[in-house]
Design a protein around this ligand. Structure first.
Ligand SMILES: NC(=O)c1ccc[n+]([C@@H]2O[C@H](COP(=O)([O-])OP(=O)(O)OC[C@H]3O[C@@H](n4cnc5c(N)ncnc54)[C@H](OP(=O)(O)O)[C@@H]3O)[C@@H](O)[C@H]2O)c1
Length: 301
């Protein structure tokens, strides 16, 4: 098949290109900087927020399947969250309009597994409600953009949609790389643990995110799938274990008020309230399974 990957230079996108080509697909990389090489059969240049450029790119690619791996999260700034929200709403709408015009049959789109409301659990499936009314405005905006992305993709007439809700990514060049922002903080003993760290994280290695996208491209099955490792873990379990893997001191335990102040809203939420993600649906219907758990890979980059 002809497959276009938007976000081909990203962590997941660049891991996916060789997998698609090894399966015999003809791969077009959509990049915004033509000087950046991407391991693909063809390269088209477009900023995902420029609807005209996206239409021209997709018209040239004539893709059967469009894979959307666009985020701005690598920058880890407040701006990056807002840009990512725009990529999820405007960027997705641009891709869909262009894909319909170009005769694309299927969309495979990156979403997140940890946008669920912290109700029930500790591990939730794809039918759990999203945290649309999160008390933190930046997170509420993120979750609302995720909901809009999923609504747009699943509601597109004539094009089949598969949503891959990725767990918290780890692996080389992610936040959890020992050299990445989170890893370095843990490694220096600067990531404290809230006293009630019962929040559950479902991690996902970048390479497993890519194999899930490959499964989705090749499958006739559509819908929403959580994609994560087999080992959802409470903050009280994974953070001290991660510190040990890095040879760092045991995380200092803080009371709830101090933890909120030191960690910021999102990390405190992750460690105290977040729910994990069940991957039964992806195993049963997509035939995908993860190859590595955070226990083996989290500290290895
Ligand atoms: N989901 C999570 O768990 C989570 C949460 C927070 C942070 N993170 C971090 O985010 C990263 C996630 O990896 P990823 O592969 O999803 O993202 P990524 O490595 O940031 O890749 C995003 C892709 O989108 C492209 N892109 C961004 N803006 C674009 C635009 N306007 N037009 C066209 N293309 C655009 C990028 O192109 P360029 O190469 O040109 O920029 C890149 O190819 C990791 O570093 C992870 O630690 C992840």
């Amino acid at each position: 098949m002809r497959v276009l990957v938007a976000g081909a230079t990203g962590l997941v996108g660049s891991a996916l290109l060789p997998l698609l080509r090894a399966r015999g697909h003809h791969v077009t990389a959509m990049v915004r900087d033509g000087s950046r090489t991407a391991e693909a059969d063809e390269v088209v240049v477009a900023d995902a927020l420029d609807p005209v450029a996206v239409r021209l790119a997709l018209r040239a690619a004539r893709a059967d399947v469009v894979v959307h791996q666009l985020t701005a999260l690598r920058q880890m700034s407040a701006d990056a969250m807002e840009t990512t929200a725009r990529l999820r709403t405007e960027g997705t709408a641009n891709l869909i309009t262009a894909a319909r015009e170009a005769g694309t049959r299927k969309l495979v789109v990156q979403s997140i597994a940890f946008a669920t409301a912290p109700l029930g659990g500790p591990v939730l499936d794809e039918d759990a409600p999203l945290h649309l009314d999160a008390p933190d405005p930046s997170w509420a905006r993120t979750v609302q953009a995720v909901a809009e992305l999923e609504r747009l993709v699943l509601g597109t007439p004539d094009i089949a949609g598969t949503i891959l809700r990725y767990g918290t990514l780890f692996g080389a060049r992610t936040q959890y790389d020992p050299e990445g922002p989170f890893g370095a903080r843990v490694g220096r003993g600067r990531m404290p643990l809230p006293e009630d760290a019962v929040g559950v994280t479902s991690f996902l290695h970048v390479d497993d995110a890519a194999t899930a996208a490959l499964s989705a491209v090749d499958s006739e099955v559509t819908g929403v799938f959580n994609i994560a490792d087999d080992d959802p873990a409470e903050g009280a379990a994974w953070l001290p274990e991660y510190a040990r893997m890095l040879g760092a001191p045991e995380p200092r335990v803080l009371d709830a008020e101090m933890a909120q102040r030191v960690l910021g809203w999102f990390t405190n939420h992750q460690l105290t309230a977040m729910r994990g993600a069940s991957t039964d649906r992806a195993r049963e219907r997509l035939g995908w399974k993860p190859s590595v758990s955070w226990r083996r890979g989290l500290a290895s980059g």
